[in-house]
Design a protein around this ligand. Structure first.
Ligand code: AMP
Ligand code: MG
Length: 314
């Protein structure tokens, strides 16, 4: 494994590794992705094995531009609107898969649909352009654990299993993409994420289902979990706990480690800090991380979704 700055040379080498069915971790605006050549069943199987990800949990195909996306899935009017407005960006569209799509059937968990997105990150785009075919790229963490927003998170948890890690610094959004299912007549929100639900509804009308009501394949209850337990909507913390605040921190016992997601209650800043701060507070002697309430507006809905899954029984 080598961790490198995303120079032209490093991107070329990482692209070559992908084309040889090896795994490459790279930065996107959401979280670090663990990339595999989508059309290669061998690469896709390696990816599932490296993450310990259940095979019924389908992967998202990442492409560099709309022309490539059109070769994978069938667009309709709603998809056109959303793609023009939000791509490149943290929005995944689930659409009917085209017969000739260059994506292994294993990556789609046998479904007739496929999730597609164009990431908004110069390194991800350079890599995708270089290889010129789709790359499946779930978050670069062992399945069920915290998503990585820094190259060091990937090196620590998956280092031995990847050929390259491109270090593009901290991720700008910090949470995964919003997933909208457009394969049926009613658009459905499968996962809240980097693009606010309200912004999508402004373009295509009301979305059915919020994150937790809909059970997409692989939308497992327990996910994004640190080792410590989580206690949600907590106003304070006791000895033996850590505290993750939103807004100014309350007065806390001396031995309670504490961080605030955003002193100014800025939901974007909170999203950017969420996974990294959970990593930091997840220390061996901490039994529970108590987390302040986060309002469900804009990207706050996605923050609440991740926290609820992190707190779910395992
Ligand atoms: P990750 O790549 O770890 O962010 O997870 C991708 C998420 O996208 C999973 O929760 C999948 O359930 C969801 N997903 C991917 N493809 C599809 C699809 N064709 N239909 C429904 N959900 C999908
Ligand atoms: Mg993930």
């Amino acid at each position: 494994m080598s961790v490198s700055k995303p120079t032209h040379l490093a991107i070329r080498r990482a692209a070559a590794a992908l084309l040889h069915d090896r795994l490459v971790a790279f930065p996107t605006e959401t979280v670090y992705g663990l990339g595999a050549r989508a059309r290669s069943s061998r690469a896709v199987l390696r990816l599932y094995a490296a993450k310990g990800r259940p095979r019924f949990n389908p992967l998202i195909a990442h492409v560099a531009d709309l022309a490539h996306a059109r070769r994978l899935v069938r667009f309709d009017e709603r998809a056109e609107r959303l793609a023009h407005r939000f791509w490149p960006g943290p929005l995944t569209l689930v659409l009917p898969r085209l017969a000739g799509a260059a994506v292994s059937r294993l990556a789609g968990a046998g479904l007739s649909t496929l999730g597609v997105r164009i990431p908004d990150h110069p390194v991800a785009l350079a890599l995708l352009r270089r290889i010129g075919e789709p790359v499946v790229a779930p978050s670069a963490n062992p399945s069920g654990r915290l998503s990585p927003t820094r190259a060091g998170d990937v090196a620590r948890t998956l280092g031995g299993r990847v050929a390259w890690i491109l270090d593009g610094g901290a991720c700008r959004v910090g949470l995964e993409s919003t997933i909208v299912d457009l394969s049926g007549p009613r658009a459905r929100l499968l996962r809240p994420g980097g693009i606010a639900r309200e912004a999508i509804e402004a373009l295509i009308g009301p979305l059915a289902g919020a994150g937790n009501e809909i059970r997409a394949p692989g939308m497992l209850e327990s996910h994004y979990a640190p080792r410590a337990r989580l206690r949600l909507d907590a106003a304070s913390a006791a000895a033996g706990e850590a505290y993750l605040g939103y807004g100014p921190l309350p007065a806390l016992p001396d031995d309670v480690p504490a961080l605030t997601l955003s002193a100014a209650r800025d939901p974007q800043e909170a999203a950017r800090n969420l996974f990294a701060f959970l990593q930091t507070l997840d220390r061996p002697h901490i039994r529970t991380i108590a987390v302040a309430p986060v309002p469900p507006d804009g990207i706050g809905l996605a923050i609440r979704d991740r926290l609820a899954r992190a707190a779910a029984p395992r």
